[in-house]
Design a protein around this ligand. Structure first.
Ligand SMILES: *[C@@H]1O[C@H](CO)[C@@H](O)[C@H](O)[C@H]1NC(C)=O
Ligand SMILES: *[C@@H]1O[C@H](CO)[C@@H](O)[C@H](O)[C@H]1NC(C)=O
Length: 413
């Protein structure tokens, strides 16, 4: 047994090393305050000694890591370079617009190529499961895309066909009752069913209720992950779906744990924390939120059994990944993320506004959500406030221009 004091300082060193994974020490130092304090006191000789010690501990910890089952390779101490090839399943009402917004800005900034649908913001319009042809025959896609971040009914095998070999896959889940409540109001499910309140809707509609517009309804995550209509209430099929999804997605974020999710996402993609800063976009305004009785809530939980299977599985997995990342290290990274966000907010002076009070690029499609304007900071700040559907149109326009003038580049691999 190692004495506690030593094992603690081992951990700090290891955390410091992990902090700057792939960016080298110089760049990692400012990102790791705990280590910076230590290192600054060192002389050059001390630094050499320190480096050797770290290398030894490094090997030791890797052995240690190999023993801890279930730790994904991207959480190991290693070097990495930023991922440019990324596929994200955009689940409905799971804070996925915020993630999409992050991917749009990152891809735009680095001139990456997006998989873009012929029309609208959906591959397959919700009813149709994704097929490779939806990208291949899109006039916006003449070369292999780097980023897949558009709504679709997920079909891993087909997405794989259009994405580069080294693409990393991830998605996001949300507590199923909260998700359905939000979806119910956002997509006007009750109104469309003849003016039902949430309580009435839940009472009258069992698990196999028909889907609004053919795709919106109970167990939306199970649906989005590709479950065929006939198996929507089949828990055996759901377990199989969860097992497949578990193998397909290297990371599954959790909407209730957004800060930790963003930290893990940055780590997973080997991006900087500042790359995952985002405003709380497309979130339903309180005045549009239906109330629900305790009785209906319990009934709703039964209707959502498949989504609960899925959610509970990935919540547990998320917890394990946070554990593997290190609780203390996570707390420090979350604090740093919040600090960066606070700096951004003070630089840009974002103002949240009702959709009806907004025009142009900032106006969200739905009148039930807020948008943002940046009161200062120019274009750098303005990019954070462009509503996703409008950003999507801008990306289409950019790729169309690139096609016309022949500057569309083969994607970086
Ligand atoms: C439920 O799904 C399982 C696995 O896909 C399948 O074998 C079974 O036939 C399904 N049950 C029904 C009632 O459709
Ligand atoms: C081609 O289009 C891209 C994207 O709009 C633009 O950045 C680039 O300057 C254009 N090149 C030429 C030669 O027009």
């Amino acid at each position: 047994m190692r004495p506690k004091v030593i094992s603690d300082s081992l951990k700090d060193v290891a955390e410091g090393e992990q902090c700057g994974a792939g960016k080298g020490w110089t760049m990692s130092l400012p990102r790791c305050p705990m280590v910076r304090l230590r290192v600054c006191r060192f002389t050059f000789r001390g630094l050499v000694f320190f480096t050797v010690a770290v290398a030894l501990l490094y090997g030791f910890l890797l052995m240690d890591g190999a023993r801890s089952a279930g730790k994904p390779p991207w959480l190991e101490i290693n070097t990495c370079s930023p991922r440019n090839n990324v596929a994200f399943l955009k689940t409905h009402k799971c804070a996925s617009s915020a993630i999409q917004n992050i991917l749009f800005r990152y891809g735009d900034k680095h001139n990456l190529h997006f998989a873009l649908p012929v029309t609208g913001n959906y591959f397959g319009g919700g009813r149709h499961i994704f097929e490779a042809g939806m990208v291949r025959f899109s006039p916006f896609n003449k070369v292999t895309p780097n980023i897949f971040a558009i709504h679709t009914k997920w079909n891993y095998e087909e997405v794989k066909k259009v994405m580069p070999e080294d693409t990393v896959y991830f998605t996001i889940v949300r507590e199923p009752t909260a998700l359905f409540q939000s979806l119910f109001d956002y997509a006007s499910i009750g109104e469309r069913a003849g003016g039902l309140t949430l309580d009435e809707y839940v009472r009258r509609n069992l698990i196999d209720a028909s889907r609004t517009d053919g795709y919106v309804g109970y167990n939306q995550m199970t649906w989005d992950l590709g479950m065929p209509l006939e198996d929507m209430s089949n828990l055996t099929a759901t377990r199989e779906l969860v097992r497949r999804a578990d193998a397909q997605f290297g990371l599954v974020l959790v909407a209730e744990r957004m800060d930790e999710s963003l930290v893990l996402l940055a780590k997973y993609l080997c991006w900087e924390l500042r790359d995952v800063l985002v405003l709380r976009v497309n979130s339903l305004r309180d005045e549009f939120k239906s109330s629900i009785s305790e009785e209906s809530r319990q009934a709703l939980q039964q209707r959502l059994a498949p989504d609960y299977l899925l959610y509970n599985h990935f919540l547990e997995k998320f917890d394990q990944q946070v554990e593997a990342f290190g609780r203390r290290r996570m707390a420090a990274e979350v604090a740093r993320l919040r600090e960066l966000m606070a700096l951004l907010v003070s630089k840009c002076n974002f103002v949240r506004k009702e959709a009806s009070g907004l025009t142009g690029r900032q106006k969200p499609r739905s009148y039930k959500v807020d948008g943002f304007v940046a009161a200062r900071g120019g274009e750098a700040c303005g990019l954070f406030t462009i509503a996703n559907p409008i950003y999507l149109d801008l990306l289409k326009e950019k790729q169309r221009r690139e096609l016309l003038n022949g500057t569309q580049q083969a994607p970086s691999r």
